[in-house]
Design a protein around this ligand. Structure first.
Ligand code: ZN
Length: 208
């Protein structure tokens, strides 16, 4: 396991040189930041070369973050956590504006976005959109009586917008595409009720 940086303490050599008194709690020399902010810092560079230094209260958590980020950087999947702070609503508007399709399809996308997606996700940061929330959202739409086909298409647009966020490097994974928990509901079977001969005759009458 990687060793995170201890923000609260300095080396014995440095402490002795400076003539400091050892900290009673950790029996090593305190830094100027002792007890200010979280003790443990995971320092690493992301795949774009930016310095990241999230801090943690427990050493074990900082070490895990360090190990994880190093593996991610090697795999090229590490994302600066700040990038995912963009609001979904802002991102979705950009995604819609970038669609090059016929106007009626844009209208459908825009309507699905406004009616079904933005009320739940618009004010959320991209990084906060997790599979669990998507699952709850779809269940909520189903409870309100929306057709499975409507939910499917709304989910498709949500997924497309989130995929752009992945491609833009804002989030590491598309939460609509991880695991099976966010699968869209199967389209319900519609029972076909044949028209009575009287009804057919009546309709034909109407066309005369
Ligand atoms: Zn201490």
């Amino acid at each position: 396991m990687a060793k995170p940086h201890d923000r609260w303490h300095i080396s014995d050599k440095l402490g002795a040189t400076r003539g400091l008194v050892k900290c009673g709690q950790h029996s090593t020399y305190p830094s100027a930041k002792h007890s200010v902010g979280r003790q443990w810092e995971a320092r690493f560079r992301d795949d774009a070369g930016r310095q990241c230094s999230p801090t943690f209260e427990r050493q074990v958590d900082a070490a895990a973050a360090l190990d994880g980020s190093r593996t991610d950087v090697r795999r090229g999947v590490h994302i600066d956590p700040k990038a995912g702070r963009k609001l979904f609503g802002v991102h979705a508007a950009e995604w819609l504006a970038g669609q090059v399709i016929d106007p009626s399809s844009i209208e459908l996308m825009e309507a699905r976005m406004r009616l079904y997606i933005l009320p739940t996700f618009g004010e959320l940061e991209l990084r906060a959109i997790q599979p669990g929330r998507i699952q709850t959202w779809m269940a909520g739409l189903a409870r309100r009586g929306f057709a499975a086909s409507t939910i499917r298409s709304a989910r498709t647009f949500l997924s497309q917008a989130l995929q752009l966020a992945v491609d833009d490097g804002l989030i590491p994974k598309n939460p609509c595409r991880v695991g099976k928990s966010t699968k869209a509901p199967a389209t319900e079977r519609t029972r076909v009720i044949p028209w009575t001969p009287e009804r057919v005759a009546g309709i034909l009458q109407g066309y005369k």
